[in-house]
Design a protein around this ligand. Structure first.
Ligand code: BGC
Length: 718
């Protein structure tokens, strides 16, 4: 692989206060265990600085549960003659910040002119790839004149919370050369410790976790502070000091090298090289970076906003199975298995949710926090009245159970690992199928089963009947459950029988009858599948016209009074999602007819939307149409173009589903890889802007490198 630094890093020159929130997302670091927003040393919750811990949830009574933010050990401020060397307060002479995607390292250099002296602050930070509970930072202060500076640093426990405060019993203990902050998350009293050891500065005299000291700088000679950090929680909380000390004993150079080596290995299989467009190459690599840094280190899954904050409560949505899992299925089957097992292991919670609504089987959480539904009843705040608006996302978005099954099926197909079937996978599929069976309604007049009162991915139209995506996805779930049941029956009849009987007696017969009678909306004479019963009768008005009806640009488009609610305008294309996930049910001509029909009505109010159109565009031979959707998706966190507000709710943060969508478009769209069959096949559709695309895929234990160009497809085994 040719290494070009400009295609493996992003950077920014100059400082703008307005850019701070978005840069927090754009320059983020994470290591699958914790994430640190791309803010500058010394920034606080006012600048949305956050050190988010994946999958560590806490709930303050009366508020929404969310992931916990740890106290910040990277807090450091420098003053010269009492003037803060901080671009928020003192105009810098120059400022540059950079995210090295290859090394997963953030760095910045800011220089100030203060009373005739030039003082530069240059720092770097990593969240260790190898020892994932550890983090490292270097901080250098250099002056062109002998002078004294004051340094204020330590652990800042005043963290940013959306629904907090979560941490209680915060106490600081001095360590040799540092400090430790101990606390616990209030709901279940889970302990959390953050240890900080500093070299290059005398670390004592802390008060409330923060110390002040004065340092005499010699002209041209840097004062270098090295920080060794560990963040541990739960049963591991007692290990924080030992881990930070272990890193210190290794030394900064060796500890950093171990981190770089770890990521070098990850890039080897995961990188995708694009020839012809540097813009596309960088954007795709950035998307891959975002996905790689979210690979869970333990059992667990990935939240819809990754580790970029507590937005969306750190919860797991269908984003993971449909948009992110394929990336991990390409080469990292261990992570893919973790993601799939997360759902299998939370089956009981899904069964409880189904029971709560009076159904049988498994109804998965729309916003899962350890399997429990974290989605609130009132997701939107009305901008004009300030009142909470009831939404039915968690009650009616029943396609989530089908998405879970889609994920398990994809995993087994690609890895050949059927062990998950015996570890709860088969039961999960049967329970999900049973849920649809029990949710089904038999329409005696029409002589068919229907799924009524649902919400499809297009959340602007709530409580509709026979949503096309939902009905087909439920059908596919049942087919999948029956087919895997038959496979297990042939291999291990005793297990299969015991499993199916534990779900419901006579289930297979019931499912077979239900699937045969389930209504699957068919294309009309123009080839278009109606999104839900009565969709064609909604007001025929286009996106821009509906946009003009907004009184405030932050208004929610759906809900009872939304501008899109009674129109054909949709948040994302349900029928397009259907045809992208299940192309086997439709001919290319039908896919093209639906692409053309729904595109004009799609607002793309979700970052999940454009990539689905992009893949369809490729498959119908219009890859140049897909190009703009690809760039839009891949650059979403680079240009900060995504919606920041939903009514009164802040929904900023990173967009891992879009990152996954960018990867899907490149691999399954442009390169035309079909990962859903028994074997991998390719039917490329390269847009004119790119000459070739090169990537690795691992199929049932064997890894191949593919090069797709206009000359054809080359494949070599690694
Ligand atoms: C979308 C959902 C998505 C969620 C999290 C919502 O805006 O409508 O489809 O799962 O965001 O990304």
């Amino acid at each position: 692989m040719e290494y070009r630094e400009d295609l493996f890093s992003i950077s920014e020159e100059g400082f703008s206060k307005d850019g701070v929130p978005n840069n927090g997302n754009k320059f983020i670091l994470a290591n699958g265990y914790m994430g640190y927003r791309g803010t500058l040393d010394g920034f606080t919750k006012d600048q949305l600085a956050a050190f988010t811990l994946a999958g560590f949830y806490d709930k303050v009574k009366g508020k929404n549960g969310e992931t916990v933010n740890a106290p910040d050990p990277f807090y450091i401020k420098v003053y010269a003659d009492g003037i803060p060397l901080d671009p928020l307060f003192t105009e810098p002479e120059s400022h540059r910040q950079k995210l090295d995607l290859r090394r997963v390292e953030f760095s910045r250099c800011t220089s100030f002119a203060v009373n005739g002296k030039k003082i530069a602050l240059c720092s770097s930070r990593v969240l260790c790839g190898d020892e994932y509970r550890g983090a490292l930072s270097t901080f250098e202060i250099t002056s062109d004149t002998d002078c004294d500076v004051e340094i204020v640093c330590g652990i800042n426990s005043d963290v940013w919370d959306i629904n907090g405060p979560h941490l209680e019993g915060i106490c600081f203990k001095a360590l040799e050369g540092g400090i430790i902050c101990e606390s616990f998350a209030q709901e279940k009293h889970v302990p959390l410790s953050v240890a900080l050891i500093m070299d290059g500065i005398k670390a004592d005299g802390f008060s409330g976790g923060i110390m002040k000291t004065s340092v005499s700088l010699k002209a041209g000679k840097a004062c270098r502070i090295e920080r060794y950090v560990a963040v541990c929680y739960g049963p591991e909380a007692g290990e924080a000091e030992g881990i930070a000390r272990g890193l210190e004993a290794k030394g900064m150079k060796a500890a950093l090298q171990a981190h770089y080596d770890y990521w070098e290995e990850q890039w080897k299989l995961n990188d995708v090289e694009i020839e012809g467009s540097d813009r596309a190459q960088l954007a795709l690599r950035y998307s891959i970076y975002q996905l790689m840094i979210l690979s869970p280190r333990r059992n667990g899954s990935i939240g819809a906003r990754g580790m970029s904050s507590q937005v969306y409560k750190g919860a797991v949505f269908w984003d993971t199975e449909v948009f992110m899992l394929p990336f991990f299925l390409a080469n990292d089957h261990r992570i893919a298995r973790n993601l799939v097992m997360y759902r299998i292991e939370t089956l009981d919670a899904a069964k409880r949710k189904a029971e709560h609504y009076g159904y049988e089987g498994a109804f998965y959480a729309w916003e899962s926090q350890d399997g429990e539904d974290a989605c609130s009843d009132f997701n939107i705040t009305d901008l004009f009245t300030g009142r909470d608006v009831k939404t039915y996302f968690k009650d009616k978005q029943i396609h989530i159970s089908a998405d879970v099954v889609y994920g398990i099926d994809g995993y087994i197909k690609r890895t050949g690992d059927t062990s998950v079937l015996y570890e709860g996978g088969l039961k999960t599929m049967l329970e999900c199928a049973l849920f649809y069976y029990s949710r089904g309604y038999y329409n005696y007049i029409k002589g068919r089963y229907e799924l009524l009162d649902v919400i499809g991915p297009d959340e602007y139209h709530e409580r509709v009947n026979n949503n096309a995506y939902t009905n087909y996805a439920a059908y596919a779930t049942i087919q999948c459950a029956i087919s895997y049941y038959n496979q297990v029956l042939a291999e291990n009849p005793e297990y299969a029988t015991e499993c199916v009987n534990s779900v419901k007696e006579g289930l297979i017969e019931k499912l077979t009858k239900f699937a045969a009678g389930l209504y699957l909306p068919q294309p009309n004479c123009s080839g278009v599948v109606e999104q839900y019963d009565g969709y064609f009768k909604e007001e025929d008005v286009l996106v821009d016209d509906v946009r003009k009806r907004l009184v405030d640009p932050r208004e929610y488009w759906g809900g009872s009074a939304g501008v899109a609610t009674a129109t054909r305008v949709i948040k994302q294309g349900d029928v397009i999602v259907l045809m992208t996930l299940f192309p086997e049910y439709f001919s290319p001509a039908i896919i093209e007819a639906n692409y053309d029909f729904y595109l004009k009505y799609t607002e793309h109010g979700s970052s999940l939307s454009p990539c689905m159109y992009a893949m369809d565009a490729c498959w119908v031979g219009r890859p140049d149409d897909a190009w703009k959707w690809f760039l839009n998706t891949a650059e979403i966190d680079l240009n900060g173009s995504a919606k920041q507000w939903l009514g009164g709710l802040y929904i900023g943060g990173t967009h891992p589903a879009a990152n996954g969508g960018a990867w899907l478009t490149a691999i399954c769209g442009f390169a035309g890889v079909n990962m859903r069959g028994p074997e991998i096949t390719l039917d490329p559709h390269l847009p004119k802007d790119i000459q070739s695309i090169r990537f690795c895929l691992t199929d049932k234990g064997r890894t191949y490198r593919y090069t797709v160009s206009r000359k054809g497809v080359e494949k070599e085994e690694l």
